[in-house]
Design a protein around this ligand. Sequence first.
Ligand SMILES: [Zn+2]
Length: 226
Amino acid sequence: MSYPLRRLEGARVSSLHTRERAAVQHQPRLGPRSYPSLVIALPEWVPAFMTTAPDFIATPHERMRLAIDLARQSASHGGGPFGAILVEAESGRVVAPGVNLVVPLSCSMAHAEMVAISIAQQLEHSHDLGAVGRPALQLVTSTEPCAMCLGAIPWSGITSLVCGSGGDVAERIGFDEGDKPHLWSELLASRGITVLRGICADEAAAVLTDYARRGGPIYNGRDKTD
Ligand SMILES: [Zn+2]
């Protein structure tokens, strides 16, 4: 099935927050064979928004509602319509938020799940969030992981995944979710990562369809011409 691809318009970039726009447009000039540092900085609205969230969230549905709120807020602040949080699975302590920053950061890796995982790893000073002695961590994502995020999950050390909208909704509005194994959730389970799908699915999907209806940019690495 083919879906229309809408290209990012320059006007969208110019609507970004002033500081984000500065980061996009005013990278320092670099000499030959010197390269910019990779900095994944959350927009200023995220920590402000997180001060309104509870420190501990008990149930998967309540955790998902925070991820969905982040997705909704992200879309309204010039980011992609995707949100995620990392929480301690047992206690429900909120560890890290993530939002889709692909366009603001000029970084195709900056999906909400990758951002949440990366922020948590920096907080924990470890690449392995599943190291012995650490509380088990759960990734809660407003939309099922794409092929890239699916691949990153086992490497992060998280032990459970909670998904809202199906990836098919993201595909229907034009996002390329990549090629995933049909039995992807079973494959994660075989690695000891439990998966809950379809949590608050309608509410999560509505963020995507509302974004598309308002003409939010659909950004992919290439045209989808199949
Ligand atoms: Zn992804």
